[in-house]
Design a protein around this ligand. Structure first.
Ligand SMILES: Cc1ncc(COP(=O)(O)O)c(C=O)c1O
Length: 338
């Protein structure tokens, strides 16, 4: 029994999800004729109270399409310094959109309205034109931290006053909404575009959705084609997404409870340094003493537990759909022996 905690992207479709995929009606989605993709896009747009949605192969693509749609080459994008869009998308903001980034030093991946206000460039020919703010919720490198919703409302006000677009990298927004008791419609009201992932912790093999106004999604559909993301009988994948939205969201609270249990076990060990507050399904902690992050991960691997070194001394564990209560029990026992 391997317990794979490296990421919540390691989940595999359950037999019931595979059945839904197997039975999906499909067509050519580049022609707009895949009934399952159309159903998923309508379902997601409806959930968020937004006008339209676009099914894409990855969260990187939905983020990068959004940035491309919201900006012109030479513009500046404001985001937190550890944002996925900035540090983990292969330099895509520069490569795809010809923009530069103003990275802000946030609190566990989260930025404030005050920081955004201070980061907006004046209308001066020496300066890049600030056109977009991108926030991430939950924040991956913030240890799955969640925004205080009132701060997002304040960021929206700043964007509105300064005519900036506001994008949400909501790869794990489901986790944030479950943890904080928030609704998709609350988010739909505030953001110009939202990227949500179906492939993180929900059991689907592939897929992310970009949400926005109708004309924004029309533009996004064109960019998706340019980026090579136009898929044909993608309905088999969309059917997995529909299954996930219908069946695998509410249960995320179990993952959050398991993550807290694991963090509590880690906190008792001398070889563990600081642990980021656990708000959702991600646990990031420092190892100390004779361990480096790599040797710590090697030690757990000997017990068939896989986790990820994310710096020389930091380790990440992510709890997800395929991590059972039995696996968590064993993990807690292994941690107690460290
Ligand atoms: C916060 C965040 N945004 C975007 C992505 C990109 O998603 P994908 O791997 O589907 O490209 C990830 C992936 O882990 C992520 O953690």
């Amino acid at each position: 029994m391997i317990t794979d905690l490296r990421s919540d992207t390691f989940t595999k479709p359950s037999p019931a999800m595979l059945q839904a995929m197997f039975k999906a009606p499909v067509g050519d989605d580049v022609f707009g004729e895949d009934p399952s993709v159309n159903a998923l896009e309508d379902m997601a747009a409806d959930m968020f109270g937004m006008q339209a949605a676009l099914f894409c192969p990855s969260g990187t693509m939905t983020n990068q399409i959004a940035i491309k749609c919201h900006t012109q080459p030479g513009d500046e994008v404001i985001c937190e310094k550890m944002s996925h869009v900035y540090i983990y998308e292969g330099g895509g903001i520069a490569f795809n959109s010809g923009c530069q980034v103003k990275p802000l030093d946030g609190d566990r991946g989260r930025i404030t309205a005050e920081q955004v206000t201070a980061a907006i460039n004046p209308d001066d020919v020496h300066k890049a034109r600030t056109s977009l703010v991108s926030v991430e919720n939950t924040a991956n490198r913030g240890g799955g931290s969640c925004y205080d919703f009132t701060e997002i409302q304040k960021i929206k006000e700043v964007c509105f006053k300064n005519k900036l677009s506001l994008h949400l990298d909501g790869a794990r927004l489901w986790n944030a909404m479950v943890a904080k008791g928030e609704t998709p419609k609350q988010y739909g009201e505030l953001f110009d575009s939202i990227s949500i992932c179906l492939s993180k912790g929900l059991g689907t093999p592939v897929g992310s959705l970009l949400l926005g106004k109708k004309d924004f999604i029309t533009k996004a559909r064109r960019i998706r084609k340019v980026f090579g993301g136009g898929m044909r009988q993608a309905g088999y994948l969309a059917a997995a997404g529909i299954y996930a939205l219908e069946n695998n969201i509410a249960r995320l609270s179990e993952d959050h409870a398991h993550a807290k249990q694991v963090a509590a076990a880690l906190a008792k060990q001398e070889c563990i340094g600081s642990i980021m507050p656990v708000e959702t399904n991600i646990i990031i902690f420092e190892v100390t003493g004779s361990y480096t992050a790599k040797t710590f991960c090697d030690r757990l691997k000997a017990d068939d537990i896989l986790c990820l070194p994310i710096s020389a001394t930091q380790v990440r564990m992510v709890i997800h759909l395929d991590v059972t209560a039995e696996m968590v029990k064993k993990l807690v026992e292994v941690i107690a022996l460290l």
